[in-house]
Design a binder for this molecule. Structure first.
Ligand code: 3PG
Length: 210
């Protein structure tokens, strides 16, 4: 299994999905597949999330699936069992780091401070979800972290929109960004596939300017 940095390098935009409806999420996966977006994070915020991960993994094996909003250690094993290739948390705790280590899981913990990174470094974590990016002035934070943490990279998430994603991706210590903008819950619930497709295409088109 690739490590987390290799996974994120392969696609610099991670669509973050809050979904509970199996068929609608499968339709979203179909669109991402057609648009050559090889990655998707399904957050564990709805009852059906693990079942959805399992089914998307089975029907779209070429999509690298992440399980997001991991808050409890036991969610790591259940996500891997369902077919997730990587796990994402909004924060960082010792129990999560211990469990990720014991499961040999690709784990992207959340970081919002130097202390978070220092905790992760005890477990040799070199890549973090910078969260919630725009709320904590993520751009300046990323620039400031470059000197004390020269070998650390980030996946800023939270408030990522067309106006700012390329600026984040231009930073040498940013490997990818995560966002719901291209597949938010209203669009999925309303089956607004046209808007989702257009937004995915818009984000992808911008990458060619990097
Ligand atoms: C997440 O779910 O990881 C983030 O909250 C996504 O943030 P966004 O909705 O601002 O893109």
């Amino acid at each position: 299994m690739d490590n987390i940095i290799d996974i994120l390098h392969d696609c610099p935009i991670i669509p973050v999905v809050v979904a509970n409806d199996m068929d609608k999420t499968l339709k979203l996966a179909e669109i991402l597949s057609e648009e050559n977006v090889p990655i998707m994070e399904v957050t564990l915020r709805r009852a059906n999330a693990l079942k959805i991960i399992k089914e998307v993994h089975s029907q779209f094996p070429s999509i690298t699936l992440g399980a997001g909003t991991i808050k409890h250690p036991e969610q790591i094993a259940s996500s891997l069992h369902a077919g997730a290739s990587f796990t994402v948390s909004p924060g960082i705790t010792k129990p999560l780091l211990e469990e990720a280590k014991s499961q040999a899981a690709n784990f992207l913990p959340g970081a919002a401070s130097a202390s978070d990174i220092l905790l992760g470094e005890e477990y040799n974590i070199k890549c973090y979800k910078l969260f919630p990016a725009t709320a904590i002035n993520g751009l300046d934070l990323i620039k400031a972290f470059r000197s004390p943490f020269p070998d650390v990279t980030f996946c800023p998430t939270g408030g990522i929109i067309p106006d700012n994603y390329l600026t984040y991706l231009q930073q040498t210590n940013v490997v990818s960004v995560g966002c719901t903008w291209c597949c938010n819950i209203e669009q999925i619930e309303n089956e607004d596939w046209q808007t989702i497709t257009t937004r995915v295409q818009q984000l992808k088109a911008g990458l060619s300017t990097l």
